[in-house]
Design a protein. Structure first.
Length: 268
């Protein structure tokens, strides 16, 4: 099918085109996804989400970045899907099954357990992922966490002062990260984490749910923060709860922007 309806939603400014293909099959090429995501000639979004039937959960969420590449997980999209479907929803992703519970303002999502093993990030070779003996210019000794997708986190004095638009794309494609990586820079003030994220395949975004989860987990594991912790992103704040051996819980708002209809054959 080439023509179909879509939902436009965002979580803290991280925005999505969501296509419900559970009853009417929709297949899009990477070029079509990139064309739809284009903010000048397409619909415009950070990620395109396709909902499909699932044998293991209530719905399967397929996630594509703005460049057309497919990724494993997206926390803000999971909240939007949970809010869209309603009630409690088991969501299958390429990074595993997560559970979302719709709230009045948005959703609470169980993101599963974080992974810290070097080959689970993955990294190109073994090293301590809590304080990695590597650096790029002034960004040194990051932590690495996989929360369904790979993140590297740098704790700095002032996250706003980091040239993330320059350093982010350099670190994203470094050979140390075989699957590329999401790049987070954070500072901690009065127990709150201030965070900026360069998303793999997207660029700078107003919010990144998995980045907030990974950064909170790394900060708690390093003893820099305690759970629950507020993570402030350019688009707004998320609440993250986590302790050793438990699943990550993320709570935050979602916004339904509009519904539309498009002929997908017109893109790409």
């Amino acid at each position: 099918m080439t023509t179909g309806r879509f939902h436009k939603m965002h979580g803290l400014g991280n925005d999505f085109v969501i296509i419900d293909a559970r009853e009417e099959q929709t297949e899009l090429s990477a070029a079509q996804v990139a064309a739809i995501a284009d903010r000048h000639s397409g619909i415009g979004c950070d990620q395109l989400i396709i909902l499909r039937p699932s044998e293991n959960a209530d719905v399967k969420m397929q996630i594509f970045n703005a460049d057309g590449s497919e990724v494993e997980a997206c926390g803000n999209a999971a909240r939007c899907v949970a809010k869209l479907v309603g009630n409690q929803t088991r969501i299958e992703t390429a990074g595993g099954i997560i559970i979302g519970n719709a709230t009045k303002e948005g959703a609470i999502v169980d993101m599963g357990q974080p992974r810290f093993e070097w080959d689970s990030i993955p990294l190109a070779y073994a090293m301590d992922t809590l304080a990695m003996p590597v650096g790029w210019e002034n960004l040194q000794n990051p932590a690495a966490v996989n929360v369904g997708n790979p993140h590297v986190i740098f704790f700095v004095d002032d996250s706003a002062a980091v040239e993330l638009d320059r350093l982010g794309p350099m670190i994203e494609v470094d050979p140390l990260f075989p699957d590329k990586v999401n790049v987070n820079v954070a500072d901690i003030r009065d127990g709150r984490i201030n965070l900026r994220v360069w998303e793999r395949g997207v660029g700078l975004t107003r919010a990144c749910g998995t980045g907030a989860c990974a950064t909170a987990v790394a900060a708690i594991k390093r003893g820099l923060a305690t759970s629950p912790v507020e993570v402030k992103l350019p688009g707004g704040a998320l609440q993250i709860r986590w302790s050793e051996g438990t699943n990550i819980e993320m709570q935050g708002p979602t916004t339904y922007v509009f519904a539309g209809e498009a002929d997908w054959a017109e893109f790409g």
